[in-house]
Write a protein that binds this ligand. Structure first.
Ligand SMILES: Nc1ncnc2c1ncn2[C@@H]1O[C@H](COP(=O)(O)OP(=O)(O)OP(=O)(O)O)[C@@H](O)[C@H]1O
Length: 604
């Protein structure tokens, strides 16, 4: 762990330049709710003036009482009580406005964040830097922006109080202002340093927090429970978890210790300066230059200037700390690189799909050192069913992801109906596609959502949903479409792997598509389920395009064309019979599968 260090001049400059984010933050605050924002500013200005007026009225009251004027004393007391009541009312209104505004800001920011995520490409979404950024933003979006909002308003109140009271102090003793400001400025450097350190710690810890969360997830979720047990991983995972967690705790404790030392020394020096000012006032009163009431008011006003200067410094630190976060948030929300439509500006909507053409397609994942697909050439026409076959990691799923436009490739590499994928409106392509991903989503939601999400326009259409469930051979659920699936909610029922896959297939089949893509639809299904799904797939693609990925030759051989991929290249292409003739490794796999079947499950 690094020791605490004071900021250098250049680091100070950098910190202050981060305050530039405030105008942009104010714009967001204003957009969240214009009326409350403006009203909050007005009420905070009033809240800054009223205490100074109140103190002065109190001073006048003491002077009047000292002069034994009973009637005037009562009148001034009434004014004083009225002002005190006003202070209470303002404080209550402020609390109400702030509470209301916090909900509105939270709502606005989460909406912006979710919309931003929805507009990102898979490429950006899978990037671990973006994921860390997102985690950091998401963890603190509920309080940091709101904290800047309250800080800005507190700053307005503090400045108003200082301006309205400093006038009194300057008239009495101009040099005394120095005694108020000097300690505050002196210690600002320490506070800025610890603030920066805390922010950096927090940022570093957000990476660790992701790992901590993941280890906790492994030990508390049923998906991983079985393997944790069988491989006896619990101790190992807990040790890793604890090591990380302890390092997070230690860093935080160290920072708290430094903060405690700084604030204790700061408070001590503050008290010394306050004592010096009090001595000066006593001398002025004793020499008869001011009355006792005015002295009390002066003392109170000096206290207020003192407190509010400290307040302003703390507010600047707080804005500073939060503005680093806020500039990240604003940068993230407005970063145009983080957009899926970094394709052509003018895109064409697809109304049908008649042909998919792939020309010299080469693709590497970002930060990967080898190509996942190499020089792929392929043409698929309406009415064709194509099987993609190949060993693990040969690039089958990657090809499907590229067809769906999840990663950007060169203009001519993928064309649909002769138009470059980069010039096609993605929403229209996705609308015409029914797809089952290899890592399909198990929505821990009712059956209706699980299937209806495949075609949101039909989510209330019970008969279509039931039809899709039948097509996917889902015969294990009751007729209640509102039955909750999964264990996230208490009334859910858990499904088996194959049952979840069938529900995901029903979602795919709900779409009235022209391109159906199934990535290993047979991975978890029993023989009867497999047969049913393959039949449905062939029915649905009779006049459409069908692509399926499978490791089973018994399914692959049903296709009009088989694409055999190996290490990202097409090594053979044709019908089953053609491949048996020209591709020895295909023949080898075929023999392996069919010999095993004829040997009753025995290899060799
Ligand atoms: N999101 C990703 N980021 C980086 N590399 C990836 C990503 N997804 C896949 N890869 C890599 O790309 C290659 C092809 O992966 P792909 O998932 O397309 O294989 P596959 O043929 O579908 O395999 P399987 O039969 O196991 O499903 C692999 O080497 C894999 O490690």
């Amino acid at each position: 762990m690094q020791k605490f260090k004071l900021l250098t001049i250049s680091e100070m400059k950098e910190l202050f330049s981060s305050l530039k984010v405030i105008p942009k933050a104010i714009k967001i605050f204003f957009q969240a709710n214009k009326t409350i924002f403006v009203f909050s500013i007005i009420i905070n200005i009033i809240a800054g003036i009223v205490p100074v007026v109140s103190v002065n009225v109190f001073g006048i009251l003491i002077n009047t009482v000292s002069s034994m004027d009973f009637n005037d004393s009562l009148k001034i007391l009434a004014v004083y009580i009225g002002i005190s009541f006003l202070i209470d009312v303002i404080s209550s209104i402020k609390d109400f406005l702030f509470a209301k505004y916090q909900y509105l800001l939270d709502f606005e920011l989460f909406n912006r964040l979710m919309n931003k995520c929805a507009s990102m490409s898979l490429e950006e979404f899978e990037n671990s830097e973006v994921q860390d950024q997102l985690q950091h933003i998401q963890q603190q979006i509920g309080f940091r922006p709101y904290s800047i909002f309250t800080s800005i308003l507190a700053m307005i109140t503090a400045i108003t109080t200082i301006l309205s009271s400093i006038f009194m102090v300057i008239i009495w003793q101009p040099l005394s202002v120095l005694l108020i400001i000097t300690p505050v400025l002196l210690f600002s450097i320490f506070n800025l340093s610890i603030n920066k350190r805390e922010f950096q710690t927090e940022e570093r810890n957000s990476k660790k927090a992701r790992s901590i969360w993941y280890y906790e997830f492994l030990l508390t979720k049923d998906q991983s429970f079985k393997e944790v047990k069988i491989f006896n991983l619990a101790k190992h995972i807990i040790d890793r978890h604890n090591k990380l967690k302890k390092s997070v705790i230690n860093e935080n404790l160290y920072n708290s210790k430094i903060r405690l030392i700084i604030s204790t020394v700061f408070d001590f020096v503050n008290q010394l300066c306050m004592a010096a000012l009090m001595v000066l006032i006593i001398i002025t009163v004793v020499s008869g230059k001011i009355l006792i009431g005015s002295a009390v008011a002066l003392l109170r006003v000096i206290g207020m200037v003192f407190d509010n200067f400290n307040n302003i410094m703390n507010i600047i630190y707080s804005i500073n700390q939060n503005s680093l976060y806020m500039s990240k948030l604003i940068g993230f929300l407005s970063d145009n690189k983080l957009k899926s439509n970094n394709r052509s500006e003018e895109t064409k909507k697809l109304s049908h799909i008649t042909e998919i053409q792939i020309n010299n397609l080469n693709f590497s994942y970002p930060n990967a050192n080898k190509k996942a697909l190499k020089n792929i050439n392929l043409k698929i026409k309406k009415g064709e069913r194509v099987a993609i076959f190949g060993r693990n990691g040969s690039g089958k799923s990657t090809l499907v992801k590229l067809l769906m436009g999840y990663y950007l490739v060169d203009d001519d590499m993928i064309k649909i109906n002769g138009v470059s994928l980069n010039n096609i409106d993605m929403e229209s392509l996705h609308k015409l596609t029914g797809i089952l991903f290899q890592d399909y989503c198990k929505f821990e939601l009712p059956v209706r959502d699980n299937v209806g999400f495949g075609n949101i326009d039909e989510i209330e259409n019970d008969s279509q949903i039931i039809k899709s469930l039948k097509k996917a051979d889902v015969d294990f659920l009751s007729s209640d479409l509102n039955q909750q699936l999964g264990k996230w909610f208490s009334d859910g029922i858990q499904l088996s792997g194959g049952q979840w896959q069938r529900v995901a297939l029903a979602r795919c089949f709900l779409r009235d598509a022209q391109l159906y893509i199934l990535d290993e639809p047979d991975a978890a299904l029993d023989k009867i389920g497999e047969k049913k799904i393959m039949n449905t797939f062939f029915e649905l693609t009779e006049n459409n395009i069908g692509i399926f990925i499978s490791h089973k030759i018994s399914h692959v051989l049903l296709a009009d064309k088989i694409i055999y991929l190996d290490e990202g290249r097409i090594v053979a292409e044709g019908t089953h019979e053609e491949l048996l003739r020209v591709c020895p490794s295909y023949e080898e796999i075929y023999n392996l599968e069919f010999n095993v079947m004829s040997n009753g499950g025995e290899y060799g």
